[in-house]
Design a protein around this ligand. Structure first.
Ligand SMILES: NC(=O)c1ccc[n+]([C@@H]2O[C@H](COP(=O)([O-])OP(=O)(O)OC[C@H]3O[C@@H](n4cnc5c(N)ncnc54)[C@H](O)[C@@H]3O)[C@@H](O)[C@H]2O)c1
Length: 352
């Protein structure tokens, strides 16, 4: 008989489904997390699954997520699949009593997100969406400063995320509308719109324009520009593009307030002007080691630790199904605005 396992030695058995690009960051986080162990990996591409299993010590490889359910050691699944497969894989896992961490966006549509949320409620299992930027100390500090009043009342924000034009064609499903669900608004926009919702609250109105033609053989936009009005009154101008000629990413979020400003460049730099904190109106780069000393350096580790906390305590994840759904709803309404040429309102929803 195996010796009893103490609470401190308890390791949640995880399976990673989809062993492509982003799974590497998830697998590294699992390797580094003493409360988790990698039990299995699944990928249609047998070589990818074998390679992930070999590198990260998974005991099993599978071609399909359905092969996982007979193994009681798989207690939770980490879904790193193309967008159109998030809902079917997550719902299957939840119906088989497994907890789910699913990469962003929660799904391609609000209807699919609703089915996932219902499946999680029916199963009494955790459904968490991999909006990992909320676990980055840069954006976490940004959110804390703004909601804590460091810049006064938010007036306006701008968010830009531009990527070089040759990156996305390398991932074929991304350019197919039925699979990727959209272009950079869906791919990059899910991250930044989630951060803006977290920091400023829900959007009330959106107008969106899209264009395409730079990235070849694509069924989706390669640039999207949105104008937003948040319920708190702040305005937003956001751009997402993967058609940049310059071979580098350019990402930033800036939020203007009545008493200051916050600017995050990429994942690493945070600048703050705060009349209440500094007594002047200068923008200064903050030292994040001093600002957020307890925050894990790797956001994927913070995300995984939070997922395990939620499994262990039953608390709702910070990035739960309804929150992921609200980001997808904003994107859905934005695409509708791009089609109709109208400024559209986003329905106010109670929790439920
Ligand atoms: N958090 C981030 O910063 C970040 C960055 C990149 C991608 N992502 C997200 O991660 C997810 C995956 O993106 P990616 O770039 O890793 O894609 P990818 O194409 O590199 O990997 C997807 C993997 O899924 C496998 N797969 C496809 N269909 C399958 C099936 N039916 N059964 C089993 N395996 C199957 C593919 O063989 C591939 O290995 C997406 O949701 C994407 O938006 C997040």
């Amino acid at each position: 008989m195996s010796p009893p396992v103490s609470a401190s030695e308890r390791r949640t058995g995880l399976a990673v489904v989809g062993c492509g690009g982003i799974s590497r960051a998830h697998l590294r986080a699992i390797d580094a997390e003493p409360r988790a162990r990698l039990v299995a990996v699944a990928d249609l591409d047998a070589e990818r699954a074998r390679e992930a299993a070999r590198k990260h010590g998974a005991g099993r490889t599978c071609a399909s997520w359905d092969e996982l359910w007979s193994d009681p050691a798989v207690e939770a699944v980490d879904v790193c699949l193309p967008h159109h497969l998030h809902a079917p894989a997550a719902i299957a896992a939840l119906e088989h009593g497994r907890h789910v961490l699913v990469e962003k966006p929660v799904a391609n549509t609000v209807a699919e997100a609703d089915q996932m949320i219902a499946a999680a409620r029916a199963a009494g299992r955790v459904l968490m969406v991999g909006h990992m930027k909320r676990f980055s100390r840069t954006f976490g500090t940004m959110q804390r400063l703004v909601t804590g009043g460091a810049i006064g009342r938010p007036i306006a924000c701008e968010a830009f995320w531009h990527g070089p034009r040759e990156i996305m064609p390398k991932i074929p499903w991304v350019l197919k509308k039925a699979q990727g669900g959209g272009g950079p608004l869906m791919g990059f926009g899910t991250h930044y719109l989630d951060l803006l919702r977290w920091t400023l609250g829900e959007a009330a109105e959106v107008a969106c324009f899209t264009t395409c033609g730079v990235v070849e053989n694509s069924e989706v936009e390669d640039t999207a520009v949105l104008a937003l009005r948040f319920r708190v009154g702040a305005l937003g101008a956001v751009h997402f593009s993967w058609s940049r000629a310059v071979k580098a990413y350019d990402e930033h979020i800036r939020i203007l307030g009545t008493g200051g400003e916050v600017l995050v460049r990429g994942e690493k730099e945070l600048h703050l002007a705060s009349e209440t904190r500094f007594g002047d109106r200068k923008l200064r780069r903050l030292d994040l080691d001093a600002e957020a000393p307890d925050w894990p350096a790797d956001p994927f580790s913070g995300q995984l630790a939070h997922f395990l906390d939620c499994i262990e305590t039953g608390q709702a994840p910070l990035t739960d199904g309804p929150s992921g759904r609200a980001t997808v709803e904003l994107i859905e309404v934005a695409y509708r605005s791009a089609e109709t040429g109208e400024t559209l309102t986003i329905e106010e929803r109670g929790e439920g």
